[in-house]
Design a protein around this ligand. Sequence first.
Ligand code: BTN
Length: 259
Amino acid sequence: MFVMYNKNYLNEKVKVNIDILDETDSTNEEAKRRIKDGVREDFVLVARKQTAGKGRKGRSFYSPKDTGIYLTFTHFTNDSPENVLKATVATSVIAAKTIKDTLNIDCGIKWVNDLYHNGKKVSGTLCEYIFKDIYENDKNAVIVGIGINLSTEDFPEEISDKAGSLVADNKDNSVYDDIVIGIANGLKTFFESCDLNSYLPLYKELSIVLGKEVELSDASGVLDNGTVIDFNDNGAIILETKNGEKKTFDSGEISLFMI
Ligand code: BTN
């Protein structure tokens, strides 16, 4: 039988419970079902295919079989929801570093969480925070869902000019295991302290927006324009506006005036 993920190898190398699914709607949604069903220890889900992969802002994430990494790390915590932004920023660094270590491919990071390669988006992260009251749990849950287009082709028309893949053709299935190991263990380490300071230097180095003029918007419209001058210790973005004012934002979506 064709094996995409080596379950024994993964369980040996990943220091968190890990489950491999042939197919699911969304690994984030499956994680929520498992919390509802009573799972209370941190766990990782990986799917070979998602039929309803979710992106940020209600978008979908194209997830055809065996062409990408579709992974959700669920962490139980009593920390505040502010750690969701930190987890999103840390995930970008962990994913970029893992891609470099496994495939020797460089990615740039677009705040907050998008990875770019050759001018196209190749990865995104959807972090969700589940309050304990919803599931009668004694801890809240941070759900970190990451999607990486490894060799995905034929993207839906509406994203075909923006989305890309890391490799044209993946000949080595073991890279899937190695990427999952790098990301799962990387997130486990991050959640031990939730301290972003050791991630920020690489985040800044790989940033494709630092020093650039950008427009920041959210669902209600444009929030502000300015030059990105820094990211703070929580991963929030700091803009300097035309009149020299410095403003910090912890959410929003960036459009670059020039890449
Ligand atoms: C984005 O780019 O807007 C975020 C994409 C996140 C996709 C991943 S794939 C694994 C996990 N399950 C989902 O349904 N979404 C995330």
